[in-house]
Design a protein around this ligand. Structure first.
Ligand code: KIV
Length: 431
């Protein structure tokens, strides 16, 4: 260990004793190997520098900056270059980012520790490099150094070998806290193992094995034909890939409507397959079922508004709650479902104003889909978000990727190369 001056050691001690509020907040998540088993140290001397938080195994340094760092940029940059050269990656956050957006901060840290499952896919390394104040940023200039493989930052090779790493586990209690702290909940449907892993790495809070799988994966024209066995099968698969998200399995049509006994039996199958909660559609009419499931310890997520299993009764997939009486029924459903013991409510396809009112009325988190921006969280069907499902899609769907075109293009390129003898070439053959 290098011999340090008394002054330097005093400074380390002072920094450890006088934590800022932002440092205290982040430390709650990092201390005692709480963050996916990684050991972090506070105010760690590294040669002549002191890192706010340092994880040796992940070669990661986290700095939490106050406003004075705006005026010492060149010092910070020199420091980052030096630390990069020692094989550390440096992430810098502003105090206010930690205080007001801890989820995004934790997600950025998680992504910095998690290697991409796809060799060569470094998109996640570039996604938070904007050096502007108020945005999550990476310290200093380029993280690339002379001896590195092209495009890799030093130290990445070390984390590349680490197994799948998840963030903090989402539980029902965490969701309740998120609503209280006004942190938005990000939920997505998920039907398979590898997507579950990716969605964990992306920090998605809830994975729903939705009966939408009937339409996007099984080729049905509605969710009605989906069976308990379908959901159980996909729940097993997703649960093998999931570590951090809360896993919710949808109760398909006629798996809970007939009797309490049958709903208990079917919900039990889903929990045995790995679900941590079930979701069922309906308001006042399903309250006794919610109560029965809660009574035996099965957490239930409600689903009100436009409930796709009732598509025939609605006369199509239409926005619900535009008329006064309808809006009053949906609000009353929300209250009844909450009172029956649901831990959260999905609110589908209702006007944004009504969704806002419901979100403010009930204490449990309201997860919107086509219900405006004021819900406690949002859910989308993963195939819609990825641009995998065939257009047209409902107005509320935002496509964040266009995998339909990417997949088609890749398959066309492959077929052409096979037919012209370009694939496999030498590089893809054994000698
Ligand atoms: O089945 C499903 O995917 C759903 C969500 C869209 C809420 O119920």
């Amino acid at each position: 260990m290098p011999k340090r001056s008394q002054e330097f050691s005093y400074q380390v001690k002072q920094l450890r004793t006088n934590q800022t509020e932002a440092e205290k907040k982040l430390w709650k998540y990092l201390r005692a190997k709480r963050f996916a088993g990684f050991k972090f140290k506070r105010q760690q001397p590294i040669d002549n520098y002191i890192a706010d938080f340092c994880c040796m195994r992940g070669r990661l340094i986290i700095e939490i900056d106050g406003g004075h760092h705006q005026t010492q940029r060149s010092y910070d940059e020199r420091r980052t270059i030096y630390l990069n050269e020692q094989g550390f990656r440096v992430l810098r956050f502003w105090n206010n980012e930690v205080m007001s957006n801890i989820d995004a901060v934790l997600q950025t840290i998680s992504l910095a520790l998690v290697p991409s499952p796809f060799p060569g896919d470094r998109a996640h390394l570039n996604s938070y490099s904007a050096p502007s104040p108020g945005s999550l940023r990476e310290g200093g200039r380029s993280r690339h150094t002379a001896g590195d493989p092209p495009g890799l930052w030093r130290g990445q090779e070390r984390v590349q070998r680490l197994e799948f790493i998840s963030m903090r586990k989402t539980t029902i209690t965490v969701l309740r806290e998120m609503k209280k702290d006004r942190r938005k909940i990000a939920a997505l449907t998920c039907y398979d193992y590898s997507t579950a892993q990716l969605l964990n790495q992306a920090g998605i809070d809830i994975l729903l094995i939705g009966d939408s799988l009937g339409m996007v994966k099984l080729g049905y024209s509605s969710t009605l034909p989906v069976t308990v066995e379908d959901i159980v099968y996909h729940t097993r698969i997703v649960s093998r890939g999931n570590r951090s998200a809360l896993l919710v399995a949808d109760m398909p049509f006629m798996s809970y409507q007939a009797s309490k006994e049958e709903s208990i039996r079917n919900a039990g199958k889903m929990l045995k397959a790995g679900a941590e909660a079930v979701k069922l559609e309906g308001g006042v009419e399903v309250a006794p079922i919610i109560r029965a499931l809660r009574a035996i310890g099965i957490p239930v997520m409600g689903h009100i508004g436009m409930t796709p299993q009732s598509v025939n009764a609605f006369g199509g997939y239409k926005v619900q709650g535009r008329q006064k009486a309808q809006a009053a029924k949906i609000l009353s459903d929300a209250k009844v479902v909450e009172k029956a013991g649901a831990f959260a409510i999905v609110l589908e396809c209702v006007p944004a104003g009504l969704a806002k009112r419901i979100t403010r009325t009930v204490k449990v988190p309201v997860i919107g889909i086509g219900a405006g921006a004021d819900c406690d969280g949002q859910v989308l069907v993963i195939d819609d978000l990825l641009g995998l499902s065939a257009p047209p899609s409902p107005r509320f769907v935002k496509r964040y990727a266009n995998l339909r075109d990417s997949i088609k293009r890749a398959a066309v390129d492959y077929a052409r190369e096979v037919r012209t003898g370009k694939f496999p070439d030498e590089a893809h053959s054994y000698t």
